[in-house]
Design a protein around this ligand. Sequence first.
Ligand SMILES: Nc1ncnc2c1ncn2[C@@H]1O[C@H](COP(=O)(O)OP(=O)(O)OP(=O)(O)O)[C@@H](O)[C@H]1O
Ligand SMILES: [Mg+2]
Length: 389
Amino acid sequence: MLSALAIANYRSLRQLTVPLGRLTVVTGANGSGKSSVYRAMRLLADIANGGVIRSLVREGGLSSTLWAGPERFSAAMLRGEVPVQGTSRSEPVALKLGFAGVEAEDFGYAIDIGLPLPSSSVFSNDPQIKHEAIWSGPLLRPSTQLVDRKGAALRLRDGKGWQAVGRPVPAFASMMTEHADPRDAPEMLTLREQMRSWRFYDHFRSDAEAPARQPQLGTYTPVLANDGADLAAALQTIREIGDGEALDRAVDDAFPGASVEVQVSGDRFETLMHQHGLLRPLTAAELSDGTLRYLLWIAALLTPRPPALLVLNEPETSLHPDLLPALGRLIAQAARESQVIVVSHAARLIAALEDSDSLQPVVLEKQFGETRIANLDMSEIPRWEWPAR
Ligand SMILES: Nc1ncnc2c1ncn2[C@@H]1O[C@H](COP(=O)(O)OP(=O)(O)OP(=O)(O)O)[C@@H](O)[C@H]1O
Ligand SMILES: [Mg+2]
């Protein structure tokens, strides 16, 4: 379980520590930074998959993703007596991302990505990984740190001391993909596999050509694909090896009297929905956008292989407000099996989740261009330490 997510200098997130509960709901006005929090989580997962530098470059490179405001606001700037202006920098330019664990056996991780030193390489604009750290529990301290990477130098905790790893880590790669040796660095391997298992769902397509509307080859599908293409196989897998009754209840909860069935012809699987008042079931191609999306959420959330962490971006998209309480119940049920983070601006969805006892609400707001947490005071925000460069 993760206790906090920390982000520095990423878009409007100049310095943000987000406390995480079993179920965390991140909300806020347009432009407050919700999507940036979601994208920061995805960047963290990209680290474990070896793609973080590529993802950053695809977002426009460090120069575009870095916080565009001053390093600090002076009191006079905040009072509006002088315009917001850059001051001389005291720290290197750095995009930092990290998360912490709850218990000592949960690992924390942080990465610091910066600008390259001038060089003659054609890749001299690529961001570089300057520092990484792994520790145990909620806070990075000398006594909890297990792995330390500074530039190319990697060292591992060895009893009370440190053991240097001879092979240098290239600036464009994370130590997580370069050095995950099960013998001398088991914590790195464990953490990498955990981060790779994080699951993200974001805006399922529901247009006429959407993959979820087409009949598909079916095989056991315990995890719904991100584009929902294997919806029928995922629903059938829940029926066969998961909680088929929960599936029927979830459909009936959202669409009273309706049920889903998976039809197999040859090796093609197709989703059929029986609805009250119709003489024949409708195929996925005939369902409304909202109905199809809802079935996709059911398939994603009732997965028979729940991940350690499930991150949902605006699950309310194109759903009628009347469906949101049922979606809230489905999400609360998923939070019994996985830690869940939901980014949403649907008030009714949030209201439905408020009944859940393990909810951590996080309301974002923007002040002077910077994202802050509006609903929590300092004592409710976990302490956070970045590794020193
Ligand atoms: N490099 C940057 N530095 C500072 N602020 C930035 C930078 N890049 C983008 N922003 C600002 O970050 C803010 C947060 O955007 P984000 O997309 O996360 O908002 P959101 O809460 O998801 O909003 P919406 O509800 O409209 O989707 C935007 O207002 C944008 O102007
Ligand atoms: Mg957004």
